[in-house]
Write a protein that binds this ligand. Structure first.
Ligand code: AMP
Length: 291
């Protein structure tokens, strides 16, 4: 891994290591272009984004880059799972045209000195729990948007606040790339696919579907015509408290467009939770739309 310095010659999927190689390959690409940014260790969630990008665009670009600037814990960055060879196999299987898999220095060359900071929508929830995380996300996605100049970029609703941060950033910076949110792909037991799931022990893996059960309990309360947010949050907490391995970071019922915590659910609401199982922190959410 990492020994190739030039674009590989796969007839279908080309792997680019440098900004220059990427620009040259894009110059030959048919439009519209669909972009899927990832940190690798690809799973079926990523695959669904590749399939969508391919279906809706003439050319598809995946990026594989474990972005050090979005990790607020050094150990989380060093332990983040990586397997580029396997990732490239999935990209080829899905017919992704270009894969940009740069080094850290290629993304942040010597002298790089800009941080993209998104305001209110980046502050609560993941923004509060992981200081600096969304600055890292917004900065790297702004770079990728600038490099690829995609017509559309595809992100998972699993990271709902991330989609909101990126939409705000792209709108404010007049980046014309359309930000497309795609459904969360889950295991049969409801656990949202995540690269971090690989870190779960077998006991933790067996416990982790409690996250989705908690979100479903929140939705069930809504379905029973509960409109006060506190009982909905309590319903989610109550399910999580039944699982001894689950350590709750937050349980939220927030306005889906501002992420402000709600008293009553009248506008679209985002139920979201962050839970630790040992050293692995998982997030998930459920969108409730009164209309
Ligand atoms: P990551 O590699 O974790 O940074 O994720 C890359 C993209 O895949 C992000 O837009 C994620 O929201 C999305 N993604 C991650 N997990 C899932 C999932 N289970 N279903 C759908 N999209 C996902």
């Amino acid at each position: 891994m990492g020994s190739r310095s030039t674009a590989t010659s796969d007839p279908l999927t080309r792997v680019l290591r440098t900004r220059r190689e990427l620009r040259a390959a894009l110059a030959d690409s048919r439009r519209p272009v669909g972009l899927v940014p990832t940190m690798g260790w690809l799973h079926e969630g990523h695959r669904s984004l590749f399939a969508r990008a391919r279906a809706e665009n003439a050319s598809s670009v995946a990026t594989i880059f474990v972005n050090p600037r979005q990790f607020n814990e050094a150990a989380d960055y060093t332990q983040y799972p990586r397997n580029e060879a396997r990732d490239l196999t999935m990209c080829r299987d899905e017919g992704v045209d270009l894969v940009f898999a740069p080094s850290v220095d290629e993304v942040y060359p010597t002298g790089f000195d800009t941080i993209v900071h998104v305001g209110a929508v980046g502050r609560p929830l993941e923004g509060a729990a992981r200081p600096g995380h969304f600055d890292g996300v917004a900065t790297v996605v702004a770079i990728l948007f600038g490099l690829v100049k995609a017509d559309r970029a595809y992100f998972g609703q699993k990271d709902a606040q991330q989609v909101m941060v990126i939409r705000q950033m792209a709108g404010d910076l007049a980046i014309p790339t359309e930000v497309v949110a795609c459904p969360t792909i889950r295991e049969p037991d409801g656990l949202a696919l995540s690269s971090r799931n690989v870190h779960l022990s077998s006991e933790e893996r067996a416990a982790a579907p409690v996250i989705h059960r908690a979100l479903m309990a929140g939705r069930a309360a809504w379905d029973r015509a509960e409109r006060s947010a506190d009982p909905i949050r309590s319903a989610m907490r109550s399910v999580l408290s039944e699982e001894p391995l689950a350590v709750v970071d937050y349980v939220s019922a927030a306005d889906a467009s501002t992420l402000a915590e709600l008293d009553r659910l009248s506008t679209p609401a985002l139920l979201s939770v962050a839970v630790r199982f040992g050293s692995t922190r998982l997030i998930d959410n459920e969108l409730i739309d009164p209309s």
